[in-house]
Unconditional design. Structure first.
Length: 395
């Protein structure tokens, strides 16, 4: 019983599908009539399907004939190809350089002791403004003070002996000379002792701002120990890399604009401070160093900067991207002259989203075809979309 039920359901579904097909399409009814189905059944479902096909065919034929006549008429109206056009503009390349650079203080020094010893005193803290020669920290110097005092005593003794030998006639010239040499040697020993004592003081080598002090009182330091970093950030140097094509154009003192992430909306004006003397063969770029004034102390060493430089650039014709075509000889555009199409060879210089800069014998204002290019031929007649026909224009 189940099999019979499934068969009945299948037949019912098939009949319903045929009825729907005939109802939706008159051609389907005619097809079924031609296959032997009674015309009355088809007419009950879709009366249009029962109409003689000759009328429809005749109508179609008449329409086709009209279409053919219309097409022939359009063809006879003229052989001009309908195209859309756009005028040639101009664009500039190599007029702007944008790069990312890192800033550093114009002077930066890592201060290290000139002698080995123990830190007795620290005289500065982070953020202090110091002058060149100012004492930053003091090492233990008891031994050096004793050696200096001893050298002073020896010098005084040697001088007195030298003076006595000069005033007395009982000493030979050689003995007087030896006493004078001893006096000079004692003077050198005192100078050396004073220098050793002076090196017990850690001095600032430049004017600048003190960074974080890296030592504590009681630390034993050597000549390789990092005491503190001093930055003179009255001006910042920004190093960045420029493409090789700008190597000849960039000169010292050229203006530079820099923008820092830490100061959004602010543009800092500077100038080119130095240009490297060679191009990096690996990256094909050249290193450029810019100098930016920092009188208000808003910038810090280590900041990243977006650097911009402007140049006169080179001007080229700009055409619509759709206008550029290709053949076996390369790229070209169709230039429209007096409703005639002329092939103009172009060399692509730069591709932009809205235009392509090309090297070609084109000038600003020339008209080039952008659409309908499949049927355009050399020196063919074209009709520009949007223009009135000649007869309408004459009226």
């Amino acid at each position: 019983m189940r099999i019979w039920n499934q068969l009945l359901l299948s037949v019912a579904a098939l009949i319903a599908g045929l009825c729907l097909w005939v109802y939706m399409s008159a051609d389907a009814g005619r097809t079924l009539i031609s296959m032997g189905m009674p015309q009355a059944v088809v007419s009950a479902i879709n009366p249009k399907a029962a109409e003689p096909p000759s009328a429809t065919v005749a109508g179609s034929g008449g329409h086709s004939a009209g279409a053919e006549h219309g097409g022939a008429g359009n063809h006879a109206d003229g052989q001009a190809v309908l195209v859309a056009t756009r005028p040639v503009g101009t664009g500039v390349v190599n007029d702007r350089l944008s790069a990312i650079g890192d800033g550093e203080a114009i002077q930066s020094v890592v201060v290290m002791p000139q002698a080995t010893g123990t830190i007795n005193e620290i005289l500065v803290k982070s953020g202090d403004l110091v002058k060149k020669g100012q004492v930053l920290a003091q090492l233990d110097d008891d031994e050096q003070i004793i050696l200096r005092d001893q050298a002073q005593v020896l010098l005084r003794s040697a001088r007195e002996k030298s003076d006595s030998y000069k005033n007395l006639k009982s000493f030979s010239r050689l003995e007087v000379l030896d006493a004078q040499i001893a006096s000079e040697t004692a003077q050198l020993a005192l100078t050396n002792a004073e220098l050793a004592l002076k090196r017990r003081s850690v001095l600032a080598p430049i004017d600048g701002i003190v960074g974080i002090v890296a030592i504590n009182i009681g630390d034993n330091v050597t000549t390789a120990s990092n005491v503190v970093t001093i930055d003179n950030r009255s001006e910042l140097l920004v190093d960045f890399w420029a493409p090789e094509r700008f190597a000849v154009q960039v000169k010292t003192e050229m203006p530079v604009e820099a923008v820092s992430v830490s100061r959004p909306g602010r543009t800092f004006a500077g100038s080119v401070y130095a240009v490297d003397n060679r191009v990096d063969p690996a990256s094909r770029t050249i290193r450029i160093r810019a100098k930016i004034p920092n009188g208000e102390d808003e910038l810090r060493a280590g900041m990243s900067f977006g650097v911009t430089m402007r140049f006169p650039g080179e001007t080229y014709p700009a055409v619509d991207p759709l206008a550029v075509q290709w053949d076996a000889q390369g790229s070209f555009v169709w230039r429209i002259v007096d409703h005639r199409s002329v092939k103009a060879r172009v060399q692509i210089i730069q591709r932009n989203p809205d235009a392509i800069l090309v090297a070609a014998e084109l000038k600003e204002g020339d008209v080039v075809a952008t659409e309908g290019l499949q049927r355009v031929r050399e020196n063919g007649t074209v009709r520009i979309a949007g223009e009135k026909p000649p007869e309408v224009a004459s009226r």
